[in-house]
Write a protein that binds this ligand. Structure first.
Ligand code: PEP
Length: 255
């Protein structure tokens, strides 16, 4: 399967870390460092930071994403945000199914699927997170878990819509822990996800499909991970909050 067919995507997941003014400052610091990127560059930020991020990134090569969205168009869902609220602002990407949402906020494969559907209907590009826990890896069921998460989330997604879906393979045990999957472990699961895509759609769709790795990717380990044949970029938490580190990862993905 041909990596050349795919443009790498490096996406920052800022989580609950920056205020709007801090967002402006961090984007201003990042812009000159990533302006010559040979990959797509995205920052996914808290809802209240979206406007600041969109204003600061205007005219640059940095795209903006949200960290979640609701599946209903509107209604009595206190505290939730609809896809239309995001697209009206100019948001282009949305992270769905992050393990922190699954672990702390009751997200299930079924609610992930509903959010994916709503996001695609609204014209957003989805960064869909899948990944096994340490217990599941030790039980030897990583492929089963990741395969099921992928299949349920993509239920009802057409081949045409697939060009607006990216999967981020994020082993839960590697997120925010400093414990990165080895390049071989990352590539093995990313490759498996591609075979699942080939099974659901066809091999051309699988060849064109972007599968990122996420989980303690940083300026030091990015090059090795990104050199793997099935690793087409990264979803970056901690290291995306430091402009220089994020830029190093972007540089590694641009080779
Ligand atoms: C993430 O939140 O998606 C993530 C990969 O975090 P970190 O890079 O901090 O492990």
């Amino acid at each position: 399967m041909n990596k050349q067919l795919r443009k790498a995507v490096i996406a920052g997941n800022w989580k609950m870390n920056k205020t709007p003014s801090q967002t402006t400052a961090l984007v201003e610091e990042m812009k000159p460092l990533v302006k010559d990127a040979g990959c797509d560059v995205v920052i996914c930020v808290p809802y209240v930071d979206l406007q600041a991020a969109l204003a600061a990134t205007k005219g640059s090569n940095i795209k903006v994403g949200a960290e979640n969205c609701h599946w209903e168009k509107s209604g009595a869902y206190t505290g939730e945000i609809s896809t239309e609220m995001l697209t009206e602002l100019g948001v282009e990407y949305v992270v769905i199914g992050h393990s922190e949402r699954r672990t702390y906020f009751g997200e299930t494969d079924v609610t992930v699927q509903k959010r994916v559907r709503a996001a695609l209907d609204a014209g957003l590009t989805v960064i869909l997170c899948v990944g096994e826990t340490l217990e599941q890896r030790e039980q030897g069921i990583t492929f089963e878990v990741v395969g099921l998460q992928t299949k349920v989330a993509l239920g009802g997604v057409s081949k045409e819509e697939l060009s607006r879906v990216i999967i981020a393979y994020e082993p839960v045990w590697a997120i925010g822990t400093g414990r990165t999957a080895t390049a071989e472990q990352a590539n093995e699961v990313n490759h498996y996800i591609r075979t699942v895509i080939a099974g659901l759609y066809d091999s051309a769709a699988a060849d064109a499909f972007v599968v990122q790795y996420g989980g303690s990717m940083n300026a030091k380990n990015a090059a090795e991970l990104l050199a793997q044949p099935d690793v087409d970029g990264g979803l970056i938490g901690g290291a995306s909050l430091k402009a220089a580190d994020f830029a190093e990862i972007v540089k590694a993905a641009s080779k």
